[in-house]
Ligand binder design. Structure first.
Ligand code: SF4
Length: 396
């Protein structure tokens, strides 16, 4: 597979010209954002954008309708959110968001800054496509199934599986070698890729990268399927403090809510499921957060229908969209037409007001289905004659 166009992933220094205005994407390796950085993002969203932070499926943040790109870059730079202008678009690292605090076989948190530093210090790796994704999974299996390019997956507290092209390569690494091997694999991919953006697009790409590393499989590969277990609600950490998982309706976080989150002054992680983790709280503080932020729209109930729904940008952000897809999805939720349970039968030509959709679902303004999560998902696609509802496993 070859590409006819260069990779056009947006960043802070290269904005995407969306239908509703310039869009900036800010990379947050491992989804980690300090309270002062979140405050900076919230202020920038209010003063330079559309008053919202858009959470992405890679644990990054986007600002829409950016009015002054230079002022935005200056603010983000001052907050430490633009540490390497030459590498800003290649810092796509997702990590198990609860690692080191709740569950998991090991703690991958220290790998994030080490890998980020290794990427940023290599001039050759500035040329990686912005679509390349690194995954650091602490063994619980939450991010290895996200379809990354290069990653590690803990198989014990001493060893990682090397994940290439989203699959376990069968290669096993000592924990201490993980970052060095991932960086070497990134160089190998960069040397092999030609015009291709993703490792799976290269014929025998994973095997060829492994060959360049001089590593061989020593174990039966694990199945690393897509999982959908968004961490929502109250989690007791291994140090007896509390982590709160919060859903964000359609991944759109109002600037004011972000400022309240920042004011808690605790570590914050943006997850690849467009939700948040607020960590290291004592019980009293966690209780106060629930009291204040649940009425502001954050979701702490794992059974909320909002958690079943993802949606593309739709109108007015995307010129290809046939409708305001997010407004239609929000109306369906408000009117109890989004429900748990088995997917409903295929149907087409449906008016928005008649749509009833069960189970995990992704709403799209056209057939490209941008942002569709992996796994078993009902597609709800706007077509010229109305909505088409396609449950998983059905030919489209
Ligand atoms: S799925 Fe279509 S309408 Fe939605 S963001 Fe992608 S291109 Fe635009």
């Amino acid at each position: 597979m070859t590409r006819s166009a260069p990779d056009s992933c947006p960043g802070v220094l290269r904005l995407h010209q969306a239908a509703d205005g310039p869009l900036a994407r800010i990379r947050l390796p491992g989804g980690a954002v300090r309270p002062d950085q979140l405050r900076t993002l919230a202020t920038a969203a209010r003063e330079l954008g559309d008053d919202h932070l858009e959470l992405t499926s890679r644990g990054n943040v986007q600002l829409r309708r950016v009015r002054d790109a230079a002022a935005l870059a200056d603010r983000l730079d001052a907050a430490g959110l633009l540490p390497a202008p030459t590498h800003e678009r290649v810092r796509n690292i997702v990590a198990s968001p609860l690692s080191g605090r709740v569950g998991g076989r090991t703690d991958v948190r220290a790998l994030v800054p080490a890998l980020d530093e290794g990427l940023r210090s290599s001039p050759a790796l500035a040329e990686l496509p912005g679509r390349v994704l690194f995954t650091l999974d602490d063994g619980r299996g939450d991010v290895s199934g996200l379809g990354g390019d290069l990653g590690v997956h803990a198989v014990s507290d001493q060893h990682y599986a090397l994940v290439l092209g989203g699959r376990d390569s069968g290669i096993r690494l000592p924990v201490a070698d993980a970052v060095e091997v991932l960086l070497a694999a990134a160089h190998g991919f960069q040397e092999l890729r030609g015009e291709r953006w993703r490792l799976h697009e290269i014929e025998d790409g994973p095997a060829r990268v492994a060959g360049r590393l001089g590593l061989e499989a020593t174990a039966e590969p694990l199945e690393l399927g897509a999982r959908h277990e968004v961490p929502i609600g109250w989690f007791v950490q291994s140090d007896d403090r509390v982590a709160l998982g919060a859903g964000v309706p359609l991944g759109s976080l109002p600037a004011r809510t972000a400022e309240f989150l920042a004011a808690v002054e605790r570590p914050i992680h943006v997850t690849p499921w467009r939700s948040l983790i607020l960590a290291d709280l004592d019980e009293w503080a966690a209780d106060q957060v629930l009291r204040v932020l649940a009425p502001m729209g954050l979701i702490f109930d794992a059974n909320s229908p909002w958690l079943l729904v993802t949606a593309c940008a739709g109108q007015p952000g995307c010129a290809k969209s046939r409708t305001d897809i997010r407004a239609d999805a929000a109306a369906a939720i408000a009117e109890n037409r989004v429900r748990p349970g088995a997917p409903a039968a295929p149907a087409a030509g449906l008016a928005a007001r008649d749509l009833l959709v069960s189970g995990r679902q992704h709403w799209s303004g056209c057939d490209r289905r941008c942002g569709r999560p992996r796994g078993l998902v009902t597609d709800v696609v706007a077509e010229p004659g109305g909505y088409r509802r396609t449950p998983p496993g059905t030919a489209r």
